[in-house]
Design a protein around this ligand. Sequence first.
Ligand code: GUN
Length: 295
Amino acid sequence: MSATKIDGRAYAQTLRQSVFKAVGALPAQPSLAVVLVGDDPASHVYVASKIKFTQECGMRSVEHKLPATASEEDVIAIVRALNQDAEIDGILVQLPLPKDINSDRVIEEIHPDKDVDGLTEVSAGRLSLGKPGLRPCTPTGCVMLAKDQLGDLSGKHCVVLGRSILVGKPAAMLFLEQNCTVTIAHSRTKNLEALCRSADILVPAVGLPQMVKGDWVKPGACVIDVGINRVPSMKNPGKTRLVGDADYKSCRKVAGAITPVPGGVGPMTIACLLRNTVIAACSRRGWDTPSELGF
Ligand code: GUN
C-alpha cells in the first residue's frame, strides 16, 4: 500500500484564490506590513514570496527593510508606528531577528488585532482559551490539510511531536479545537515510537531530519510533516536537499496519507498568513469575515 500524497501546494493555491476572491468583495483593500531586519538570505527569500503573494491576492504590501545594524529600539519604533497606522491591517516581523535584538520584546509590541503571525501573548492566550483571534499560520495549515484529508477530526488521536511556541504548542491547541484527543510528545517522552504508532494523525515538528520511520506510523494514519531540514544530497555530492522530520520513503508505505517535503505544509504558511490578513482587516474594520475562508 502506498499513502496518498497530500498536495500542500495545490491546497495553498486554492486557498490563495479564495483570499483573492474575498479581497475583491471587500469595501477596501487590506494591507500587510512586513518588517525585515538584516541580511539573512533565507529571510529575504521568504519575505519576497510573502510580498509577491500578498499583491497577487489583491492586497497592499508595505515593506520595512532595516540593516543588520538596526537596534531593538529602531525595530520597535517601526512596529509602534504600524500599530498606529489605521491603513495597516497586519504586521509581520520576519524571524529570526539579528541576535542582539530580543525578538520576544519586539513581537510583544505588535498590536494583537494586527498580529497576523499569531505570535503575541494575547493571540496565544486567545487560542488556549478558545476565544476568537488570529491563529499561528503553520499550525493552521496543518489542521486544514488534515481536515481536507480526513473530514471531521472529532475523537481522532493526534500526536504532535514537538512543543515549540511557533508550531508544536499551537498545533496541539488547534487540533484540540477540532475535538481531537491530543498528545504532545517531546524529547523526554517515554515509549515515543509506540505513542506515535497510536496516532490517527501524526504531526512531527521537531526539526530532526527523517526521525519518524515507517514503523512508528499506524497503518492508515495521516502524517502531517512540519519539518523542513536541509541535508547533504547523496545523489548530487556537494549539494543539499530538503527533507522532513518523517522518513518519507518508509512512512508512505504504512500511512494512509502523508505530506511531502517540500510541497506539503510549507506552502500553507504563506497562504494562511494571507487569510489572517483578511480576517484581521475584517475584524478591525467591522466587516463580515468572508465565509469561504473558514474551515
Ligand atoms: N521565519 C520563518 N517562518 C516564519 C513565520 O512563519 N513567521 C515569521 N514572522 N518569521 C518566520
